[in-house]
Design a binder for this molecule. Sequence first.
Ligand code: NDP
Length: 614
Amino acid sequence: MPSRKFADGEVVMGRWPGSVLYYEVQVTSYDDVAHLYTVKYKDGTELALKESDIRSQSSFKHRKSQSSSSSPSRRSSSRSRSRSRSPGRPARGRRRSASQSREHKEDKKKTIQEASLALPVLVLFKPSENNTKRYNGEPESTEKNDTSCIVLEQKLKPDLEVKRVLEQYSLRSRKDDKKKEEIYSEKKTFVAVKPIEKVPTKTKELEFGGRIGTFMMIFFLPATVLYLLLMCKQDDPSLLNFPPLPALESLWEGKAFGIFVLWFVLQAVFYLLPIGKVVEGLPLSNGRRLQYRINGFYAFILTAAVVGVLLYFEFELHYLYDHFMQFAVSAAVFSLALSVYLYVRSLKAPEEELAPGGNSGYFTYDFFIGHELNPRIGSFDLKYFCELRPGLIGWVVINLAMLLAEMKIHNLSVPSLSMILVNSFQLLYVVDALWNEEAVLTTMDITHDGFGFMLAFGDLVWVPFVYSLQAFYLVGHPTTITWPVAAAITVLNCVGYYIFRSANSQKNNFRRNPADPKLANLKFIPTATGKGLLVTGWWGFVRHPNYLGDIIMALAWSLPCGFTHILPYFYVIYFICLLVHREARDEHHCKQKYGLAWERYCQRVPYRIFPYIY
Ligand code: NDP
């Protein structure tokens, strides 16, 4: 096996894929399996390149000095292509005359124009479907242009540099470009670029506090669930009124575990039913696309029918309330066992199927984040299944159980207004997620994180048992609200939902079809990956309008519980922390994906989630 030629950290010249342009890049890692180097461009963009697309700086200078292009235009500009003759690097001991300087400026202008025209045209030549997800090569037609490499000036004025890179990312002809300051391109010229994806390499940047942080989270998360549920059971759930630790045996009940497993199997059966359309996910690093059945909403309807039948036959659903802690422990044990299974099987998974985010080589970290990206048993996708089915639908069933428990315990003929609001708002949220199930395929959870403890515990324990905290709280702590208050809270939830839904739909529709006439009024910044970044509409308001809507809804879910205790506000507090952290993670990924275009977007849309605040 040939050894790698360039070391990590080495500064070399990397060819911009699909073009004849070479830029100064830094090698950040090397994939022994795919034989690809991950390199970082000066604008922050990271790409995977073949060795043949990388040159050492010294050999590159040598080549340039001998350049013997027959093209007159190339000959005339060859001087300006040499870094050693750039204004930033004048030849030692020589002073340029005014005419030389003028000539040089002309050359420089020409180089910039040539560069900004060259890339778009060449990118359009990139027809191979196999290349769609890796920038590891380029069209054959440009392969032979190796000897006519162009080096751009490295010391351009910063604003000129920004403009030039942005213009390169766009496929507009500069000739037609009347407004030079305008950075938003026409959609029709934009869609021809193929997206860039990196091949999975070792995860270098560890999140969640790295190995120690993730190790602690494995204990901290279950402990938090236990604490919250114990607190909620207390008559006085004040923060300082710490609950006594329960006896271990009281936390476990075989029947509860059996019911939980039955529930999981039932949802799996619904998932396997051949109803609902089958769609393709985003392309993987190997160019393959996995197929997913979209039938979450049908699963919900079928579950509702099953629960209806159970209630008809007088099954005591409030059993769930009575044994809530045991159910939570059962789910935690199940998710832990699932995580162990997922990690063990991931050890045999091919390198290309490992998660970009969970392939650090450290056991604790990979176990927590998830080592394998899309673990499947046949066509049964474990992560996709767990994301929206057992936990999310389970949350609604738990809420219903709490509603029935409230009626039974407090001898009510109808549930309290607070309980109705909490149940309705959260039902809307879950139904919305299931109705728009396809959107989950583009989320970080599916495309970046593996399936490990974080998602297994999150999906199966955290979502159903922590998100239902308000309903659980209301059973033990009845809260009366007036109709006007209820109306105000409902309006708040509707506003949140409207922002959340329209922002998500706007982005999803734009991602699916940027040329959609319904989105014609929206402007976007083109990026090197071929995807655009919306800068008007919701995504021009703040950088994560969907998080804003989600947080407003979270507040509306807590308000029906009154202001006596902070416990029912745990969700909104935690959720703000979660989304602020998630936003930072996403920001980091987007910066890597889009480089300078992302920075430009951030300048244009300065606030992340809360306008004028954050
Ligand atoms: P988002 O839906 O916020 O998507 C982020 C991605 O959108 C980015 O990675 C980028 O991906 C794309 N993007 C960013 N800016 C722009 C732009 N200006 N124009 C176009 N595309 C852009 O990701 P999440 O998965 O975090 O959230 C999805 C939904 O789920 C949200 O509504 C969130 O509130 C909710 N959620 C709920 C949770 C809960 O527990 N209830 C937990 C987490 C999320 P690319 O460019 O690659 O397309």
